[in-house]
Design a protein around this ligand. Structure first.
Ligand code: SPV
Ligand code: MN
Length: 613
């Protein structure tokens, strides 16, 4: 370590940080250590290093670079991600745990000498706005210039914050190594890919992986640490977007929204005509009788598949303008142009993608055709580049949350939009009961319906029951309670045809904004409050300039009683296999079941909105 780098470390005056860095420098044995002090020069150094190291290469548009991960390292590795707890205690279904001491021992042996001949980066960040009650300082160690470069785009720099907090800082700590790389600079030892989250030490270890969801410490790894801290301190850490929805008379109402990966969270946060604050992770706190939220990030690690100029004009523009953008796992031509699946642009006959050299019709070793780009190919970009960014993003006080939305990939059960009957009802039936069909964001089979409470199951580090209890408790005694809504962008008819257009969500959000202020009426359904046809017809016309027929409304908002009952049974059974589940959850499920049985006895299994009014 050069004198400059050690001086930078010592200036922080935190034994905790010094000990942490010293321990992993000794264990990982890098050839050199680069300590970032968050200066523009440091950021430039990392950008250049990523290219010089061969982890990224420049593209034809100025500032854009591409990065590849191994063919089998394209999503979050649930199987090898474990929450470390003493004795490997069981946290219940859906949460993988490992014995803390045993796993740390295994990790130490994997990390031993792993950075020999390489450079270790030490960098400092702040989750949430600087100088805020929400914020958490973080320190990242990694040998991957791509990981630091991504974090520099996605998170606020934190060196100054560490200097300010000194010994008082209680940082989250991250150790990452990509391990040995092949000639394409992608991970060689995927069989030794491990992601371990040590709750007691508030430290995360990630090794032999590059995919962002496994390697970018501040993203989904910090999320798991924050969930425990939040539970202890009485606030919430959520897999949620934050956005401002413009209402009548210049009013702006802030929403948070939880959606599983690849279920429309980023495109919702980017809705035309509205304002983005964040697209992935939010912290929520009770402040002065209301709920306030911040985006813990400052950038987007977004899915590129399907982005096209018509539906996603803002993202399209950023992807075609000079600026700092990392494209991962897209097709790159010899000229440095890029292509991805679903853009509407015909791919060229040759290029390189996540499988190496690519040509149309190329198959993998299992005979599966390899698409132009991976379904989970991503772009990494700072929110500063978006014209729809809401400047409140940096407000240390966050925004007041007017409404919370839950949505999953659900082809046959829930209506496109529905308001809950109250806080507890919304938390339980839209949040805790959320189910979603699996996608390419995680390794494994796609299209399987999975239980995914609050879209946060993959990241839970406390028992699901306790997490639901925390969520119910969070709303108690608030003066200004956010409304809760359920949305479903993926409803289909019996023939499998989607019942909604991608842009319809613009109308659902305008309707929810109006409901948040009780500006429109509703139909009281057994499962919640549904929109009235004339309100939607007017909004479709005003917002999208489209006619919305009564026939479409009746098909979309038909209550599918049989499916709703089956869902309640499924989810209730899942909860019955868990500990710490609040009694309130069973009460709410029981009441909803009784209402559904009642409506079925009068109208059968499929009930039109007009029959409920
Ligand atoms: C998600 O999958 O929910 C993402 C990307 O936001 S990842 O970093 O993989 O979690
Ligand atoms: Mn996410």
């Amino acid at each position: 370590m050069s004198p400059r780098d050690s001086a930078r470390l010592e200036a922080i005056r935190s034994n905790n940080v010094l000990k942490f860095v010293a321990e992993y420098v000794e264990l990982c044995n890098p050839a050199s250590v680069y300590v970032s002090a968050s200066t523009p020069k440091d950021l430039e150094f990392v950008r250049d290093a990523a290219v010089a190291d061969g982890e990224e290469f420049r593209l034809s548009i100025s500032g854009h670079t591409a990065h590849f991960e191994s063919y089998y390292d394209q999503g979050r590795d649930r199987e090898h991600t474990q929450i470390l707890v003493p004795g490997g205690a069981n946290l219940g279904p859906g949460i993988r745990t490992g014995d803390r001491l045993e796993r740390i021992k295994e990790m130490r042996s994997l990390l031993n000498g792993i950075m020999a001949g390489r450079r270790m980066f030490v960098s400092f960040y702040c989750l949430g706005p600087i100088g805020s009650v929400f914020s958490i300082p973080c320190v990242q160690l990694t040998d991957s210039s791509y990981v630091v470069h991504s974090e520099n785009i996605l998170y606020r720099q934190g060196y100054e914050e560490f200097l300010r907090q000194g010994a008082a800082a209680k940082p989250f700590k991250f150790v990452h190594s990509e391990g040995e790389l092949d000639e394409r600079k992608t991970c060689k030892n995927l069989d030794k890919r491990r992601i371990y989250i040590d709750l007691d030490g508030e430290t995360v270890y990630s090794v032999n992986t590059q995919y962002g969801g496994n390697s970018i410490g501040l993203k989904k790894l910090a999320l798991r640490l924050a969930i425990v801290r939040a539970s202890k301190e009485g606030w919430l850490t959520e897999h949620m977007l934050v956005m401002g929805v413009n209402g009548p008379g210049g009013r702006r109402t802030y929403f948070t929204g939880a959606f599983p990966s690849m279920c429309g969270k980023t495109s919702t946060a980017m809705l035309e005509g509205e304002r983005i604050v964040g697209d992935d992770i939010a912290y929520l706190r009770r402040v002065d009788g209301c709920v306030r939220a911040v985006n813990v990030e400052k950038g987007v690690f977004g899915i590129i598949q399907g982005i096209n100029p018509k539906d996603d004009s803002l993202q399209w523009k950023v992807l075609h303008s000079p600026g700092e953008v990392i494209l991962s796992n897209v097709l790159v031509t010899r000229d440095g142009d890029i292509f991805w699946d679903g853009s509407g642009v015909r791919p060229p006959p040759a290029g390189k993608n996540y499988s190496g050299d690519w040509w149309p019709g190329k198959k993998d070793e299992k005979g599966k055709e390899i698409p132009v780009s991976h379904l989970n190919a991503r772009f990494t970009v700072s929110l500063d580049l978006f014209s729809n960014l809401d400047p409140v993003i940096d407000d240390p006080a966050g925004v007041e949350v007017g409404a919370i939305v839950y949505g999953g990939r659900d082809s046959d059960t829930c209506v496109p939009v529905e308001e809950s009957l109250g806080w507890d009802h919304g938390i339980v039936t839209f949040g805790a009961c959320l189910e979603s069909e699996t996608t390419a964001a995680t390794l494994g089979k796609e299209g399987v319906r999975e239980f995914n409470p609050m879209s946060n199951l993959d990241f839970l580090s406390i028992p699901v029951g306790r997490y639901v209890e925390d969520n119910i408790g969070f709303g108690q005694g608030l003066e200004r309670l956010p409304k809760i809504f359920g949305v479903n962008y993926f409803l289909r008819n019996k023939e499998g045809k989607f019942l909604n257009d991608k842009t319809d969500k613009r109308v659902w959000f305008k309707w929810m904004e109006l409901r948040t202020h009780d500006d429109v009426g509703v139909i009281e359904a057994p499962t919640g409050r549904m929109p009235l046809y004339p309100d939607l017809r007017r909004l479709f016309s005003d917002v999208l300039g489209r006619e919305y027929t009564l026939e479409a409304y009746e098909e979309q908002f038909m209550l599918r009683v049989a499916e709703r009952l089956a869902k309640l049974d499924r989810v209730e059974r899942t909860f019955m296999g868990m500990n710490h589940v609040p009694v309130r959850l069973y009460e709410i499920i029981g009441e909803q079941r009784a209402r559904l049985l009642d409506v079925r006895s009068r109208h059968g299994d499929y009930v039109k909105p007009s029959q409920m009014s």
